[in-house]
Design a binder for this molecule. Structure first.
Ligand SMILES: NC(=O)c1ccc[n+]([C@@H]2O[C@H](COP(=O)([O-])OP(=O)(O)OC[C@H]3O[C@@H](n4cnc5c(N)ncnc54)[C@H](OP(=O)(O)O)[C@@H]3O)[C@@H](O)[C@H]2O)c1
Length: 326
């Protein structure tokens, strides 16, 4: 079958013919209809050390929409012909940039009432935004949020989640060309990080109080902006790097709280982790299927265009989502 493979020696992706994989006892084989592209796929060279058995020929691609074509001997609840959506395990090969993919039956969702390329655009970015804001930062209990990276995959869903819950102050950052786009998603205040002092703007908008919660979906020194933008006992969540409270202004005195989050950690956390992953998927998919959250700026590519598209994602300025559709 055709697949886009990763070569860990050269950090490159290429289209190849590879053997068709077989499901293990608790897996299903899924015929891929669409697979979303995410920064985590493009950054595979950064986590290959966590996968001791990674060989040339590794197939990534985590966000899969497709149809079950074979079930493992111990699988119950899923049958050949079922349409499914999932966020796969980055530490296993046989991902979704291929004609068929092997997936753990415990992380499948019934396919939502959406086109496959729309559904496949949602897991990594949308379920992360949901888990980060709703499960961890308890966004519905707050009045203000700062989203760093509002124009990207995670940020564009995060802004819409905040709008869905009716937050009074939804502050989001992006560069100049994306200001109107982020405003159209529901941000009440768009902060142009390339021309404005983000912290100063947060203080102006909140009357000096700071925001209740902040999400860093950019990395580098954006954690410092997120932490310093918080008000009394504010909470921030970091998606890209480790938090470093010593670098934040008076973190102890202000009683700040810090969260780390990784969506893929759920695969290694047993039934509770997988249940949290699929619960977020169901909640988020309902909002997308109901039209309350849209997949903005959706770009489709073919399987042979995936290597080039992953290279472009490495630049860190993707707007909205890119999906491979077969
Ligand atoms: N921990 C997890 O489970 C998890 C899950 C999903 C994603 N992530 C990580 O979260 C990050 C965001 O993912 P994504 O899918 O949203 O990525 P993306 O679509 O590439 O978006 C990147 C965002 O970063 C902004 N940005 C780029 N350079 C910036 C800078 N110098 N200062 C401020 N903002 C800047 C971009 O804004 P402009 O284009 O407007 O400049 C854009 O909004 C990635 O590193 C990804 O690996 C982690």
């Amino acid at each position: 079958m055709k697949a886009v493979t990763f070569d860990p020696r050269s950090d490159t992706f290429q289209l190849e013919d590879v053997p068709r994989p077989r499901p293990g006892p608790t897996d299903v084989l899924v015929e891929v209809e669409a697979c979303g592209l995410n920064p985590v796929d493009a950054k595979i060279v950064g986590w290959k050390s966590l996968v001791p058995d990674m060989q040339p020929g590794w197939v990534t691609g985590l966000d899969v929409a497709g149809r079950v074509v074979e079930v493992g001997t111990e699988v119950s609840g899923w049958s050949v012909g079922d349409r499914v959506l999932c966020h796969g395990n980055m530490f296993r090969s046989h991902g979704g940039f291929a004609e068929v993919t092997v997936q753990d039956a415990a992380i499948l969702l019934p396919h939502p009432h959406l086109e496959p390329h729309v559904a496949a655009a949602t897991p990594c970015a949308g379920w992360t935004a949901w888990r980060a804001l709703v499960d961890r930062l308890r966004l519905p209990e707050h009045g203000s949020v700062l989203i760093l990276g509002g124009s990207g995959g995670v940020g564009s869903f995060a802004v819409q989640i905040a709008r869905h819950f009716g937050l009074q102050h939804i502050l989001a950052t992006c560069s100049t060309g994306n200001v109107d786009f982020v405003r159209s998603l529901g941000a009440t205040h768009v902060l142009d990080y390339s021309t404005e002092d983000v912290l100063e703007r947060v203080r102006e908008i909140t009357g000096g109080l700071g925001v209740a919660i902040a999400l860093d979906a950019v990395g580098r020194d954006n954690d410092i902006i997120a932490a310093d933008a918080l008000g009394f006992e504010g909470q921030m969540l970091e998606l890209v790097d480790l938090v470093r409270p010593e670098a934040y202004d008076d973190a102890f005195g202000r009683g700040l709280g810090f969260h780390q989050f990784t969506l893929g950690g759920a695969h290694r956390a047993g039934p509770a982790g997988k249940a949290a992953l699929t619960a977020a998927g169901r909640s988020f998919s309902r909002l997308v299927a109901g039209g309350e959250i849209t997949v903005p700026r959706l770009k489709s590519v073919t399987l042979d265009e995936v290597p080039e598209a992953l290279d472009e994602i490495r630049a860190g300025h993707t707007v909205g989502k890119v999906v491979m559709a077969l």
